[in-house]
Design a protein around this ligand. Sequence first.
Ligand SMILES: Nc1ncnc2c1ncn2[C@@H]1O[C@H](COP(=O)(O)OP(=O)(O)O)[C@@H](O)[C@H]1O
Ligand SMILES: [Mg+2]
Length: 270
Amino acid sequence: MIKPILAINNLSFQYDKRSNHKNIDNISLAVAEGQWIAVIGQNGSGKSTLARIIVGLLEPQTGQIFVEGIEINEATKWKLRQKIGIVFQNPDNQFIGTTVQDDIAFSLENINMPYKEMVKRVDWALELTGMGPFRHHDPSRLSGGQKQRVAIASILALKPSIIVLDEAFVMLDPKSRESLISTLLSLRKTENISIISITHDMNEATAADHILRMKNGRIIKSGTPKEILQEDDELAAPIGEQLRRTLKKRGYQVPDSYMTEDGMVKWLWK
Ligand SMILES: Nc1ncnc2c1ncn2[C@@H]1O[C@H](COP(=O)(O)OP(=O)(O)O)[C@@H](O)[C@H]1O
Ligand SMILES: [Mg+2]
């Protein structure tokens, strides 16, 4: 097996230490280099808590986290956590620069990147997120979707090994969502970035190599998008699959397995 970039062993966490309810209940998982993992599950199932523990905003109470094979502890955490970036749902209040490009450059200045390299990285991140034309704009005055793209550009500029997206695409219109997803898909190949995306959007989950479904702080299902989404009526399936199920219920002869939108369109045209 490929060496995991992130490995979590028997992780547990609870906000209220007096209760006997664990918000994260004995979770183990591994993410390979360049792998895209989607995490789904109802509100309150522990997705954001898990994300906060992974990026170090919360300390786990039991269990271990390994990044590139090295355990996160007091001595290693500062260095290892630089390899993990997170983007939240609401990008407001996370801007520091007065222009988009200054904002992206800020985190690079923080790690003392040489000026020439910094300029290159900022240009690269602006290009990838389609925010080049807005580089001199005030980030606080952009639309919700544009702000989110700046937040994503700031994380990409750091070239982390792992990006955690906690419902980061919610504010985006479908078109920018699609284009960012395809940008991230190609970055996995060129930069070997691993992605953990927490999402309610089943089209986004379908882009993943693997889906984890959480409930009550536990992982209750783990598999490929096909395995997880097929015939799982609790989930809002992508449009192609919804159509397949409706046609099947009405007695039409449809393929038996899970279908993406593209797959459905091709099948309908036959
Ligand atoms: N800061 C907090 N203090 C106390 N309990 C919290 C806090 N944040 C979340 N919780 C609780 O932890 C559980 C998991 O929440 P969360 O990780 O936000 O779930 P999700 O992101 O899947 O919606 C929920 O029961 C929630 O009420
Ligand atoms: Mg959440």
